[in-house]
Design a protein around this ligand. Structure first.
Ligand SMILES: [Fe+2]
Ligand SMILES: [Fe+2]
Length: 161
């Protein structure tokens, strides 16, 4: 595999684990304000991000490349509100989408065929990721603070499989 392309994957493994860390930090915030359904949603999200990281980890191994894990930056711990959490989530997913697109561009440039196929799954996944964050953000913006609506949404989010 081209060295520049490999570097993007090595970095993205860390970025996916950072995503998991960020969502775990958001879960901790929701636990601290007793919104357990929101926290549950964030635990599930964090688990998915670890799976993304592992998928890339395995792909490099399958290509005969040694994975070198990088330090995971500290995520933010303080959030002002549920709205702010989902604003940050959406913003984060948009950044990740740009990173994934960057890998896809490099895979094209290097004409690395397995990589071109592999990265498609992540491109599709990012559409889902942005959609999920923006839908919840949209709902939250419509709910007055400390109203029953927030508990209804909390209940709904507690159902995430
Ligand atoms: Fe991800
Ligand atoms: Fe994500």
């Amino acid at each position: 595999m081209d060295k520049q392309l490999e570097k993007l994957y090595q970095d993205q493994i860390k970025n996916e684990w950072y995503s998991a860390y960020l969502y775990l930090s958001m879960a901790a915030y929701f636990e601290s304000i007793n919104l357990e359904g929101f926290a549950h949603w964030m635990y599930k999200q964090a688990g998915e991000e670890q799976e993304h990281g592992k998928k890339m980890f395995q792909f490099l191994i399958d290509r005969g490349i040694k994975v070198v894990l990088q330090a995971i930056p500290q995520p933010p711990a303080d959030f002002a509100s549920a709205v702010e959490v989902f604003e940050k989530s959406l913003e984060h997913e948009q950044k990740v989408t740009a990173l994934i697109n960057g890998i896809a561009d490099m895979a094209d440039k290097c004409n690395d065929r397995p990589s071109k196929v592999f990265i498609q799954w992540f491109i599709t996944e990012q559409v889902e990721e942005e959609k999920n964050a923006s839908r919840i953000l949209d709902l939250l913006k419509k709910i007055p603070a400390n109203s029953a609506g927030i508990f209804q949404l909390d209940h709904q989010l507690s159902k995430r499989e």
